[in-house]
Ligand binder design. Structure first.
Ligand code: FAD
Length: 516
């Protein structure tokens, strides 16, 4: 027997072999390595009462993506002489049981800033310390360590992306090779009394494995992530000239951005490796674009939200969140459901929400459109409600980025120009005057002439009849008048901003009630 001891590699995100310092450390000087993923029923169990297929917390698109990513990880581990051990139950309890049962001396997992993992990791770490188990938990999900950035910035997170990138500087690992040096992983030991399974299928988890009308847009896993990264960066000029605000939200046959977000979310793709690849390309172009609009800049946005999310108590709430404006949002479940279920009567908004349901992904500016419409633009509904819908439906659903962007779009934090509202009619038309995007995602409107596709309620009845789409019967009438609603929203935002200024952030429930 070689010298060494047993290690446990606990996968959560970071579902990859490349740039995986935890895995490399687990493999170093160990006799046996147990690579583990714990399926938490709380996250994975079907919830038949939810508004769309999936569990209480995640839509089926994301669950499927995760399972595919685990299958791919298992297959890569097998090539290295190992395999993935899947266990079921509360992750903290299960990992502690594994540590005991397998006589683990070294526990390795990627550091995670999400509040859920912070609590979970504290529990597991405390058991490990009490039992003299070494814990190795490096930062590899983000470009920078949020803790270090906050320290460098005097104890608070930088509050905009540019100052974030100034504080952050160049990452220290930039010139290192982030591709794996692993050629073998020590064998998996005896699993003894613990029940270990292969990666389950969606059917085994209790979901109906329905045949989709269209093939799924994403296939989970590191292999697919690396393939897509290669594909996205093939056109070097496109990478070097990338300007996010100029990308087209209505492009669906060939979307205008990389669509790598689900892979970054689950860590099938290392953001650090992606950064290196882009940086290499930029070296070849003197006039490449720069953050915050460049492709590299998009990765800075990601790190920026991770850092602010980590450094702000109650980041995911309005109340108790010191960077969030207190706004007397409406509570209207019917309007919320109409938005969520693509029944607003505004084809641009509804088409986006259908794409979100079907693909689990929409373009950034499409996210802007529907988030603005739900909150400060038209319906004046709480951003937390919209956040919850996105959290469930997005394959790339990410605690820090999702909350950060909802704070932004609702003008609750970061961005304060509440008078700048996305029109649910003219914004989409600018990119897609013929309405090809709407026709694709809302086939009920496919024969509506282009003059009316963004405002079908203005089409004469004869045109509606010819297009086989009677407004109010086959497709809803608009649930609000945009002109009136947006004016009202601006007035309410102005009053709320005034109140926040007056009260210097100490807005009470009663103050908010008085503004309603
Ligand atoms: P690209 O433009 O190709 O960018 C590359 C990567 O940079 C992305 O994959 C992503 O990881 C990162 N990135 C890009 N834009 C942003 C941004 N504004 N903030 C932070 N990171 C960014 N992104 C998520 O990954 N998860 C979410 O839950 C999420 N929720 C959002 C909610 C709202 C209301 C809005 C307006 C945006 C949200 N975004 C979220 C940010 C952004 O829309 C997506 O990251 C992006 O559209 C993903 O597509 P892409 O991979 O093609 O992006």
């Amino acid at each position: 027997m070689p010298s060494g001891s047993n290690s446990l590699m606990w996968f959560r995100k970071g579902l990859r072999i490349h740039d995986n310092p935890s895995l490399e450390y687990a493999a170093k000087n160990s006799t046996q390595v147990y690579p583990v993923f714990v399926i938490d029923p709380h996250y994975m169990k079907p919830d038949p009462t939810a508004f769309s297929p999936g569990s209480k917390l995640a839509g089926l698109n994301r669950i499927r993506f995760l399972l595919e990513s685990l299958v791919d990880l298992d297959s890569s581990l097998k090539k290295l002489g190992s395999r993935l051990l899947v266990l079921h139950g509360d992750p903290g309890d299960v990992v502690i049981r594994c540590l005991k049962e397998w006589d683990i001396k070294k526990l390795c997992f990627e550091y995670d800033t999400d509040p859920y993992y912070q609590a979970l990791d504290a529990k597991v770490q405390s058991y490990a310390f009490e039992n003299s188990i070494e814990v190795f938990s490096p930062v590899s999900h983000t470009l920078f360590n949020p803790v270090e950035i906050i320290q460098k910035n005097g104890g608070n997170p930088p509050m905009n992306c540019l100052s974030f990138s100034k504080v952050a500087g160049e990452p220290h690992w930039l010139s290192s090779s982030l591709f794996t040096s692993l050629s073998m992983i020590p064998p998996v030991g005896d699993v003894r009394n613990l029940e270990v399974s292969d990666v389950p299928t969606v059917k085994q988890l209790g979901y109906e494995d329905t045949q989709e009308e269209e093939p799924p847009i994403f296939k989970g896993g590191e292999s697919e992530a690396l393939r897509r990264l290669k594909e996205s960066t093939k056109d070097k000029e496109w990478v070097a000239k990338f300007e996010k605000p100029n990308t087209d939200p209505s492009a669906f046959l060939r979307p205008a951005t990389t669509m790598l977000s689900p892979y970054l979310k689950f860590g099938c793709l290392s953001s650090r490796y992606m950064y290196q690849c882009i940086k290499e390309i930029e070296k070849e172009f003197k006039n490449h674009t720069s953050p915050p609009v460049s492709l590299l800049g998009q990765l800075f946005w990601r790190d920026f939200f991770y850092t602010v999310g980590f450094g702000t108590p109650n980041f995911d709430h309005m109340r108790g969140n010191k960077i969030c404006r207190q706004i007397p949002w409406n509570n209207d479940d019917e309007l919320l459901a109409a938005w969520r279920d693509a029944r607003t009567g505004f084809p641009w908004i509804d088409a986006i929400m259908v794409q979100l349901q079907k693909w689990g992904w929409i373009h950034h500016l499409a996210r802007h459109s529907v988030a603005c419409f739900l909150t400060r633009g038209d319906l004046f509904i709480h951003w937390e409600k919209g956040r919850d819908v996105f959290e469930r439906l997005l394959v790339d659903s990410d605690w820090a980025i999702n909350n950060g962007n909802w704070l932004w779009l609702s003008c609750s934090s970061f961005f304060y120009q509440y008078h700048r509202i996305y029109s649910p009619v003219s914004f989409g038309k600018k990119y897609d005057p013929t309405g090809a995007y709407i026709r694709h995602f809302l086939p009920v409107l496919k024969d509506m002439p282009k003059e009316y596709i963004y405002e079908p309620w203005t089409a004469p009845l004869s045109i509606q009849t010819k297009a086989n789409c009677i407004i109010g019967k086959d497709y809803p009438k608009p649930i609000i008048s945009h002109e009136t609603a947006s004016k009202e929203c601006k007035g309410r935002m102005a009053a709320a901003y005034e109140l926040n200024k007056e009260k210097n952030g100490m807005v009470s429930d009663e103050d908010l009630q008085n503004l309603r």
